[in-house]
Design a protein around this ligand. Structure first.
Ligand code: NDP
Ligand code: GDR
Length: 371
């Protein structure tokens, strides 16, 4: 039985990857952080009581900032594969916490690689690094491939650039099987609530059900190549199953704007929107609304506004990936379109919003946290 260790197992990708590897028959170990509240919601459905014999799913307390902790976990688990998905993964937050972001995202990766080497596991343990399209930043070429030069535009992207190169370096210096997946944005109903797609689908669902009045967004013109996390974790595993390690761009090859994603999400909730104004004055007004899905919304309501506090000190305006190498060498193609993904996300958030609206109608206090 193969053994995998996943950092960031409680995150969006970690949860899908854990499911995927368990289905493949792996023993799956994950590192979770200590928090004052439970933080394992995304993996609770696959959690197995540690008292159960032959449990194939185990969580270890740890942190990418803690070298001795990482070394001990690696020594205990002796994994065949390490997936380094743990990160302070929010680009906007990295401008507010740049040093912490560097410690976790850059040096955390070095800590893991060095612990593998220190323990003499460099010929046994294969290593996957969660690299990112944010490396391209101020893009030098459209679409972006494995050969496109990097120009990172945030403390997050700069930290991930170190992680990218230290992964390449350990491959070249020590012959480790270490790969970078340069993944473009990927989303799902499990996406963190403050990333733009989930903020939109959740905001629209809450507005449709009368739990919120208006959704405030930043740069509506930003263009992204959005895929589904389920497709992308499959590729993370495939990258570690080859004869030789390599780096791959993982993307859909299609891009749409934040505005288009708003329009698409609203339509999924039965709301037709009209956009007017530009820049900080842009708004979206309701043209029509289906009372079955959006009973709280009327024509003429302004339900989306731009708030400059969501603008970033340096923005990545456009990202579009070319996944030709992954297709040619690994036979990987994404199976879920952005429309299907948006539909799944809106349906899931509408479901939750309906439950919350019902609770509110019966006098329960429902808090809708926003950012
Ligand atoms: P999430 O933000 O959903 O998950 C991040 C995970 O990292 C969480 O489990 C989080 O724990 C954990 N984590 C954060 N800080 C630390 C730390 N100090 N020590 C250990 N673990 C920590 O991210 P995604 O699942 O979306 O992304 C997975 C990886 O892929 C990340 O590295 C991200 O940067 C990268 N990436 C993501 C893309 C995307 O579009 N989703 C695209 C390209 C790259 P907790 O739950 O406790 O917060
Ligand atoms: P990104 O994702 O920065 O690409 O990083 P995010 O969803 O945060 O932003 C995408 C684009 O939308 C614009 N935007 C807003 N973003 C947020 N979060 N909130 C808003 O209100 C808003 N309004 C407009 C942003 O300016 C940006 O242009 C994600 C993360 O998962 C990274 O970890 C990963 O490496 C990259 O994707 C690829």
């Amino acid at each position: 039985m193969k053994r995998a260790l996943i950092t960031g197992i409680t995150g969006q990708d970690g949860s899908y990857l854990a499911e995927f590897l368990l289905e493949k028959g792996y023993e799956v170990h994950g590192i979770k952080r200590r928090a004052s509240l439970f933080n394992t919601q995304r993996v609770d459905h696959i959690y197995e009581d540690p008292h159960v014999e032959n449990s194939r799913f185990r969580l270890h307390y740890g942190d990418l900032t803690d070298t001795s902790n990482l070394t001990r976990i690696l020594s205990e688990v002796q994994p065949d594969e390490v997936y380094n998905l743990g990160a302070q993964s929010h680009v906007a937050v990295s401008f507010e916490a740049p040093e912490y972001t560097a410690d976790v995202d850059a040096i955390g990766t070095l800590r893991l690689l060095e612990a593998i080497r220190f323990l003499g596991l460099e010929k046994k343990t294969r290593f996957y690094q969660a690299s990112t399209s944010e490396l391209y930043g101020l893009v030098q070429e459209i679409p972006q491939t494995e050969k496109t030069p990097f120009h990172p535009r945030s403390p997050y992207a700069v930290a991930k650039m170190y992680a990218y190169w230290i992964t390449v370096n350990y491959r070249e210096a020590y012959g480790m099987y270490a790969c970078n997946g340069i993944l473009f944005n990927h989303e799902s109903p499990r996406r963190g609530e403050t990333f733009v797609t989930r903020k939109i689908t959740r905001g629209i669902a809450n507005i449709a059900q009368g739990l919120e009045k208006c959704l405030f967004l930043g740069n509506m013109d930003a263009l992204r190549d959005w895929g589904h996390a389920k497709d992308y974790v499959r590729m993370q595993w495939m990258m570690l199953q080859q004869n030789t390690p390599d780096d791959f761009v993982i993307a859909t090859g299609k891009q749409i704007s934040v505005r288009e994603f708003v329009r698409m999400s609203a339509q999924e909730a039965g709301i037709v929107l009209e956009f007017s104004g530009s820049g900080v004055d842009e708004v979206a007004t309701v043209v029509s609304a289906d009372p079955a899905t959006a009973p709280a919304v009327k024509p003429g309501d302004v339900i989306v506004k731009v708030d400059p506090r969501y603008f970033r000190p340096a923005e990545v305006e456009t990202l579009l990936g070319n996944p030709a190498k992954a297709k040619e060498k690994l036979g990987w193609v994404p199976e879920i379109t952005v429309e299907e993904m948006c539909s799944e996300m809106v349906a899931s958030d509408l479901d939750t919003a309906r439950q919350h609206a019902l609770l509110a109608a019966h006098g329960h206090k429902v808090s809708v946290s926003k950012e």
